[in-house]
Design a binder for this molecule. Structure first.
Ligand SMILES: N[C@@H](CCC(=O)N[C@@H](CS)C(=O)NCC(=O)O)C(=O)O
Length: 210
């Protein structure tokens, strides 16, 4: 199998961190988005969405969503568990993971993709047609991320980790969200002490360097 990765990009990093937590190593191929390598005919033939990460299995089957790739490895290598054991725990972790992905990563992506000069005319990831940047979407992203930091801080004031009392995929998504927020200078401020406590702990994990 091959993992199509881009060292700098946030979504592939989520999967790398997940694999590092599990101690799994997979052959990887770097895809340079800025050079358009995700939009070559060869790449689009494998993954018509033109996105990274992508996992290609030995029989040619492709998985093209970060969390689906994580799910695949979770099923193959259940321990250490990152996606839940009981029906309730699985549902709770999924709920937090999705919430962080949509409300947090989505807001930062909305800022980044609508202001970063390198994505002018290419505001929507993967789309080969021209998609212009819309500054108002960046403004709304800034509004939404402020609400998200407030909510995440409240959560981490009553919970050791994002989805409960142990580290899970929801923490990986939230950690990558903060790393991504650095690119657009939208990280949570020092008033969010609970996020700061949690971020220091997660940053100290070896997988944070993946
Ligand atoms: N929901 C997807 C999002 C993937 C995504 O947006 N990937 C970005 C890199 S972080 C990408 O491929 N961008 C390609 C582009 O900008 O054309 C996932 O989590 O796998």
């Amino acid at each position: 199998m091959k993992f199509y990765d881009m060292k700098m990009a946030p979504n592939p990093r989520r999967v790398r961190m997940f694999l590092a937590e599990k101690g799994i190593s997979v052959e990887s191929v770097q895809v340079d988005i800025l050079a358009g390598e995700n939009q070559t005919p060869a790449y689009l033939a494998k993954n018509p969405r033109g996105l990274v990460p992508m996992l290609e299995l030995d029989d040619g089957t492709v998985l093209d969503e970060s969390v689906a790739i994580c799910r695949y490895f979770e099923e193959l290598h259940p321990e250490p568990n990152l996606m839940g054991r009981t029906p309730l725990e699985k549902a709770q972790i999924e709920s937090w993971q999705r919430r962080v992905e949509f409300d947090g990563v989505g807001a930062i992506a909305s800022i980044f993709r609508n202001v970063a000069p390198q994505f002018a005319g290419h505001a929507v990831p993967g789309v080969t047609e021209t998609t212009e940047q819309i500054p108002a979407l960046a403004e709304r992203g800034a509004l939404l991320i402020a609400l998200f930091w407030r909510d995440l801080d409240a959560r981490l004031g009553t919970s050791a980790y994002v989805a409960g009392d142990r580290f899970t995929i929801a923490d990986i998504t939230a950690f990558i969200c903060i790393e991504f927020a650095k690119w657009v200078k939208s990280t949570p401020g020092p008033e969010f002490a609970n996020i700061a406590r949690w971020y220091a702990e997660v940053s100290a994990r070896p997988s944070a360097k993946a």
